[in-house]
Every structure is written in C-alpha cells, then in structure tokens.
Design a protein around this ligand. Structure first.
Ligand code: ADP
Ligand code: MG
Length: 355
C-alpha cells in the first residue's frame, strides 16, 4: 500500500449550550486538511435534528458514518414518538389513560430501569410524579403555582411502589386510579445509549451525540485524543462550569435552569421533589453525571439534583464504581468526584470528593 502524506487536522468540541426553554445547541467543529486529494481520510457524517423538545446533534466518523447517523436519527424520532407524553399516539400516553397496558421492548426497559433507580435512590427518582408536573403546567406550558392542598392530594398518586411491572409478560399496571408516569427524566439518556449501539453496529469507533445538553461519546476523537465536553454554567452568562476530557461515556446534566417559569419573583423549575411536590430546592443548581451507561446517568442526574449535596455525595460514595459526578451548589461552590478530577478543568476552584 502506498504511504500517503496525509495531514488531518481534526477538532471536535462538543459544547453544552442549554437555554432556559429546554433547548440546547451542540457544536462540533471539524476541519480536515488533506495534502493528497486521493487520500482516504476518515469519513464524517453529522446531522442536526429537533426531537424530544430539544436540539440534537449526531456525529460519526468511519466508512459507514452516513448510514450510522441516518439510522440513529430515525431511531431518535421513533423513540420520541413512542415515549413523549405530549404525543397523542405515544405508548406512555396510552398507559397513563388506561392505568397500564402492554409494553414495547423499549418502554419495558425504561420502566424497569426507572423502578430500579427509584429503589436505589430511595424515591428521589420517581416517574410517578407526572400528576404533579401537570399541576404546575410543565406538561402544557400553561404554568401556575398549585395550592398546597392540590399538591397534597396529588402526592397520594405518586407512590411509585404502586407501579406494578411484570418483567415476563412485559406489562405494567397502576394500583391506584389516576396514577400517571413520565419518562422525561431518563428517556434522553436511554436514547443516547441507543445511538451509541447503532454507531457500534455500523463499525463506527468515533462519534458523539448531544441531546440537548446530554452528551454521550463513542471512543476517542479520530486523532486519538479524548473528547472535550464543556459543561454549561446554570446562570445565563454563557460561560462554562468547566471542560471534561472523556471517552466512551455519557455526560449528562440536570439543572433547574433548563425549564422554568417565574411568578411573583420566584423561580419554579421542572425537577420535582417527590416528597414535597415542589421544585427541588436542596442546595444544588447543577448536577452532571459521567457514566458509561447513559440511561443510568440521566436517571441519576435528576436524582442527585433532588437529593441535594450531602446526600448526593453519600450516594456517590456508595456507588462510585458506577459513575462520577460534578455538583454545583447554590453558594457557587463546585465539587468533582475523584474518578474524573484529573480530567476536569475549570476556572472555578473546585473541591475533589474522595471515597
Ligand atoms: P432534562 O430533561 O431537562 O435534561 P432531567 O433529566 O433532570 O432534565 O429531567 C427532568 C424531567 O424529569 C422533568 O421534565 C420531568 O419530566 C421528569 N421529572 C421531574 N422530577 C422528577 C423526579 N423527581 N423523578 C423522575 N423524573 C422527574
Ligand atoms: Mg435526568
């Protein structure tokens, strides 16, 4: 084989730029210079789509990049239609209307994982909070502050231990009438996992997906260096909390800034504390989870946000082999767990959490 003089300059930076309305922008700058026109450089394919209420970017490198990105985009659209509570033909909507039903393979996995995370987080992650989401208007964007009495009534419908999932028949039923579920806290992580699966099936060994601030990367960049994922600051400054160098990981962030409304000077956001029925205010403004398992990372980003700093750190210490985390407290202090501390850079002085 002829040795070619190839110079490939490749940069890919994935930036999490998440707006307050739940939208986000990813940026993957690529630049290839080839001194030999016939050189067989790495093929790149990239696609931007709007699904699951957010902007998404998919990028793959390799011979089958085009097909991989195409199939992944179709998969995202399929999952969106299946899982969205806002889609009148979605499986979740039907289950909520009928108090249960038969589940397709994806929904079965998601409900099973959601129950597992519910138990593991002692209820911080709770897909049965949907009636509360409705009461606050997060499902229709007709926002309102519900009365304390309304919340107390609705909290009776949010006992996730009353979601009966049959893992053999792949059915679910709710023990109580009026219960409803919402996979919004976990669906995007599952989706980014699926994208990685599809990329692998097409023999892609370098790629990334950004689903509205939820990033998952496959392998390293094509130049053999790690992906650099910037984590957005929860204030509107457009700054970053820092940048994480990583490979083969999901980097998923939850923050109250992603979807909220303001009434009488108070901000109400979309992550509900299942104990109170109010938006979780437990001292954290942003939680990033880093894990090879996107589904778990998404579920835990919501969970640790609900838990607050002390409990989140204790939870990490018990499960440090499964994930790492970056926590921003509302006093501005930043905490990074030891598994990723040497790969995280920030202008803010951060404290390393050790086991
Ligand atoms: P985002 O979807 O903005 O990235 P999250 O992953 O934190 O943020 O998910 C927030 C969504 O999860 C809410 O919009 C709602 O659908 C759902 N949700 C809210 N509170 C909880 C909770 N305590 N447990 C599970 N899901 C929740
Ligand atoms: Mg989540």
């Amino acid at each position: 084989m002829k040795i070619k003089n190839i110079m490939i300059v490749f940069m890919a930076i994935s930036l999490l730029l998440t707006g307050c309305n739940g939208t986000a922008k990813a940026q993957a700058d690529t630049q290839a210079e080839d001194t030999d026109a016939e050189a067989n450089e790495v093929k790149e394919a990239s696609r931007e789509i709007f699904a699951m209420d957010t902007y998404m970017t998919l990028t793959a490198y390799g011979d089958n990049a085009e097909q991989a990105v195409e199939e992944a985009a179709s998969e995202i659209e399929r999952l969106d239609a299946l899982l969205s509570t806002g889609d009148e033909n979605s499986e979740i909507l039907a289950i909520n209307e009928n108090g249960g039903g038969e589940l397709s393979a994806d929904t079965a996995v998601l409900i099973e994982r959601s129950i597992e995370i519910y138990e593991k987080t002692q209820g911080a992650f709770n897909i049965a909070v949907y009636p509360i989401m409705e009461a606050w208007g997060f499902t229709t964007q007709e926002y309102k502050v519900p009365s304390e009495q309304t919340l107390q009534e609705l909290l009776k419908l949010t006992d996730a231990s009353k979601i009966n999932y049959d893992d053999e028949a792949h059915t679910v039923s709710f023990e109580q009438e009026g219960m409803k579920i919402d996979l919004g806290g976990i669906a995007k992580g599952y989706t980014s996992n699926r994208v990685m699966d599809i990329f692998r099936e097409w023999d892609i060994d370098s790629g990334m997906v950004n689903l509205g601030g939820n990033v998952q990367v496959l392998g390293e960049k094509t130049d053999g260096t790690q992906w650099r994922v910037a984590i957005q600051s929860p204030d509107d400054s457009g700054d970053y909390l820092g940048v994480l160098s990583t490979q083969d990981k999901a980097v998923i962030t939850s923050g109250g800034y992603e979807r909220y409304f303001e009434e009488d000077g108070v901000i109400y956001h979309h992550i509900i504390d299942p104990v109170t029925g109010y938006p979780a205010e437990n001292g954290l403004t942003s939680v990033t989870i880093v894990s090879a398992d996107g589904t778990m990372a998404d579920g835990l980003s919501t969970s640790l946000f609900v838990m607050g700093k002390e409990q989140a750190i204790a939870f990490w210490r018990e499960n440090s082999d499964e994930f790492d985390t970056i926590l921003l407290a509302d006093d501005g202090s930043l905490y990074v767990t030891e598994g990723i501390a040497d790969r995280f850079t920030s202008d803010i002085d951060f404290q390393i959490i050790e086991k």
